[in-house]
Unconditional design. Structure first.
Length: 295
């Protein structure tokens, strides 16, 4: 139902609606015309499907590449932080050694002092060195903790990176395969579409392209599905449904401007599918926005 909103008004230029009213289209063999139009829609939808299939994968590959780049940056940052913390540990351990040596030296001096003033002065100096040593020790503890924590995080991120790199490789292969697989099929479908287009009145074709380009799901010709327009799901009055089934004239959905054709076209298409190939079956992944509602 969301489709309805996305369809722009179709009352400018040649539309199915204007064709419906104008009677400028030869009404003879209307059923054949409608049939061709529906066949064209089916073929074009298959081409759309191929584009969709391919269309999402490059984006997914791009997303993965971005994510991997982000993870690599994160790893580099962590490695730098670990190195810095390790340097802090090493430097402070050296400092502690030097403080301890100084303390030893002062203690020896204190044992040989001549007066109280000298004694007090050396005691103060020793106290100062001890405090400095204590502070350095705290820094060692803190930085060591940082090293352990960051290393744990680093391991996690590295595992994550490995996983994502695997995903990327698979996606790239998938994309390659789809491109290879669908190239031939796409070419055949395009040729088929062009052949059908050649049979269709240019004005009908223009309207078809117009409606198609305005519809999000690129459906311009739809069947009646359970009493509703197969494009926008608006209810269709019973008499109109009968008219549609008769295929004697162009009938347009008054809500979305799509042309409505007999659902028996669809059944025939599916039944005698000898001419038209199956839609691309590759990559059973995310649903594409391509509509399958009429099927
Ligand atoms: Zn509709």
């Amino acid at each position: 139902m969301a489709t309805k909103k996305n369809i722009k008004p179709v009352d400018t230029g040649e539309t199915f609606t204007s064709l419906q009213i104008s009677k400028s289209i030869d009404q003879d063999s209307m059923e054949t015309k409608l049939r061709s139009l529906y066949k064209l829609q089916k073929t074009d939808s298959k081409i759309d499907g191929i584009y969709m299939l391919r269309g999402e994968l490059p984006l997914e590959v791009q997303d993965l590449e971005d994510e991997i780049m982000g993870l690599k940056t994160k790893i580099a940052t962590l490695q730098k932080e670990i190195k810095e913390a390790e340097e802090t540990v090493a430097k402070n351990k050296l400092d502690i050694q030097s403080f301890k040596a100084t303390i030893k030296k002062y203690e020896a001096q204190r044992n040989n002092v001549k007066n109280n003033r000298e004694f007090d002065s050396l005691s103060k100096e020793i106290e100062f060195q001890e405090l400095a040593s204590l502070r350095a020790d705290k820094r060692v503890t803190a930085a060591s903790k940082v090293v352990v924590e960051k290393k744990e995080t680093l391991e996690l991120v590295q595992a994550q990176l490995k996983g994502r790199e695997g995903d990327l490789e698979n996606k790239r292969k998938e994309l390659d395969n789809i491109a290879k697989e669908t190239e031939k099929e796409e070419a055949e479908l395009v040729k088929q579409s062009e052949e059908i287009q050649a049979e269709i009145d240019p004005r009908i074709l223009a309207a078809y392209e117009k409606v198609r380009s305005n519809a999000r799901n690129k459906m311009a010709v739809v069947t009646v599905v359970r009493g509703a327009c197969g494009g926008c799901f608006s209810k269709i009055p019973p008499q109109r449904q009968i008219d549609i089934e008769e295929s004697k004239k162009i009938i347009v959905c008054e809500y979305c401007g799509r042309i409505l054709v007999s659902s028996k076209f669809d059944e025939e298409e599916n039944g005698a599918a000898a001419v038209v190939e199956e839609a691309p079956k590759a990559a059973p992944k995310k649903k594409t926005t391509r509509t399958k509602k009429t099927e």
